[in-house]
Design a protein around this ligand. Structure first.
Ligand code: ZN
Length: 261
């Protein structure tokens, strides 16, 4: 099958209903339209999620997984960038309602599985909430994953000198956009902006540390960047993108065989 034929919304409704089975996986890219510094487009997170999910659906389908690409949920929970002109964000409760209602509609078809591929760290906790709602209310198997190699959504794997703080418009994210949409990247890149005091703390931090804290991106300076985009390049972006597609493809294969017991 061609990639286009795996796009849910390209099929007529009756054809979709006849084609899907209880093995079908509805893959929903979800991102954000939010400030990403002076060098990356507002659409970065939605663009990365959709591009990674599209490639992974194609690969998984070629390997026998009945994955289908749904339209991207572009607006996200970007309240941390609320201060920046151009950010278009939804309240968490509004976005939760949207995800639940998309799942409710998927549950009308033979498909029993939803997998969100997420490009925005600010959506992560909400997706955990949505997963349980979709399972409890509609009996769906529901999964969420980052559109990256193991980060929480934004930033992918940063450079060591980002001290694990390359979470927004830093080296990895800038490199990936240089690979997938170079015409949307503007130079010069803003300077390194790494919150080093937080990086040195044992318990308080972003991804993986146990003590969380409330923040907005302007807490770390006026650029809206958290990380270091200097030195970002398309070659690194190509490798990161390939790793992300490989990860999501493997995840979809694992989801295909998932059993509770
Ligand atoms: Zn981002």
């Amino acid at each position: 099958m061609t990639a286009a034929s795996r796009r849910w919304a390209d099929l007529p409704g009756p054809a979709l209903n006849e084609t899907l089975t209880d093995r079908s996986i509805a893959v929903v890219p979800i991102g954000a339209i939010e400030h990403h510094g002076p060098h990356l487009p507002l659409s970065t997170d939605a663009l990365v999620a959709e591009t990674v999910a599209s490639a992974a659906v194609e690969r998984a389908a070629a390997a026998g997984v009945d994955a289908w690409l749904l339209p991207t949920v572009s607006y996200g929970k970007s309240d941390e960038h609320h201060w920046a002109p151009g950010t278009l964000w939804l309240e968490g409760t509004t976005l939760l309602d949207q995800l639940v209602e998309i799942g409710r509609s998927i549950a009308m078809t033979p498909a029993r599985t939803v997998a969100f591929v997420n490009g925005h760290g600010g959506n992560v906790m909400l997706l955990g909430w949505a997963n349980r709602e979709l399972h409890r209310r509609f009996g769906l198997r529901s999964f969420s994953m980052p559109a990256s190699i193991g980060g929480a959504g934004d930033g992918h794997d940063g450079r060591p000198d980002e001290l694990g703080q390359g979470i927004h418009a830093g080296f990895a994210e800038t490199s990936v956009v240089m690979h997938i949409a170079p015409h949307l990247v503007r130079e010069p890149f803003p300077p390194r902006n790494v919150p080093e005091r937080i990086a040195g703390m044992r318990h308080i931090g972003f991804n993986g540390k146990p003590v969380m804290f409330g923040w907005t991106s302007d807490d770390f300076g006026p650029s809206g960047v958290i990380g270091d985009p200097t030195g970002a390049n398309a070659e690194a972006g190509s490798a990161l993108f390939a790793g992300a597609v490989r990860f999501v493809t493997e995840a979809l294969t694992e989801i295909d065989g998932f059993e509770f017991a």
